[in-house]
Design a protein. Sequence first.
Length: 413
Amino acid sequence: MPVFSPTALVGLAATCPEATSPPNPQGRPISIWEITSWILPMAPEHLRRVLAAEPTLPQGTAGAEGGTRWFQPSDLVALRAHFASGPRKARYLPARLGAAPLVVMTGPLGAMGRSSALVHLATAAALSGHRVLVIDGDPGGDVSRALPCATPAGTGVLSLIARSAALHLRRLNEARLERGDAPQPMDEALSAALPLTATDLIRPSLWPGLDVMAAPLAMMQGDRQIAGWRLGLRTWAPGQALRQAIEEAGLRQRYDLILCDTPRGLGPLALALLASADVLLAPLPLRDDGPARLGAGLLALAEAMTQLEAEAQTAARALGQVAAAGQSWQALWVLPNRAGEDAARQMAQATALLGEALVPPPLPEVTALADGVARQFYDLDYRKLGRLTYAPLREACDAAWRSVAERLAALES
């Protein structure tokens, strides 16, 4: 029987091709039909008249379909700014949500559609004029591939958790030195994260108004590293790291919405991200086993959080301190997704089970994504599907975001 060592694994991995870049890295063209139907609602003729009268605005390029013009995603910024400066500002520039809420996706069992739902919501929000930050906490997911950006420094959100641990260790070492004790050594990962801030890790995506904190493959070591840091730092609370980093960098004022993906399971990385959330958003695939899988995942999350609270209370009592309040979120919403032909029956069942926790309408199942031409619906050129097929899918994706936006606005009131 052959025996494989880590060195052998490296050799075998070297024979495999590297991951390919996402398709269409410059973004796809956007037609006047799409702009006037969903992004900047107006008559197409009105947009054409404005473009003719304002030659400094992006003019797009002529296409073959009846002389229609096509624009790049970056052109949308100038177009929106122009129309928002007029008397119908509220129509083209959405009301701000206030301090940006941190919405964290949860679905511990996996295969629930966390990453896909996040990407679609984030892109829809950005195309509606909101300033959006996506934090990819799942190095094995598709968020960073669906929203490509320049390679950031550090190890994504794991760097923020590492920085929190490094600052905690530094405070402990200062106390040790004051007592005349030897300081505890700081490992390489903590030292590298110490000078970083959240802003250092953020890069713009191809979509205007949508920034990304990507998840490099090095984040796959996150669970092991966080567990190791906790062994040496018993009083450190990784669940506060992301929230603190967001506050310190002023990201709640810089953005309207912060969306965070999590890895499957309930390891230290996932729990640290979930503990920082303002709102939990749990995708529900509209399948017969969807509600059962959702319930099992939420029960596992509740058990994990209860155990963490008990550990924190034990540590506080040992130090003669008052234990912090237990974990709580402003809301837990369930987002139906992967709606197919049986969506009406599945939605009726989900509504009966979940009541107001359910956020309709559902995100649709987009079968055209299965061929790998695009990573998400908004990357699809409608000419691939035809207008009759594209339009209802676009309406469904946009409507799902509007429903979430209404819930978020209600939290502010």
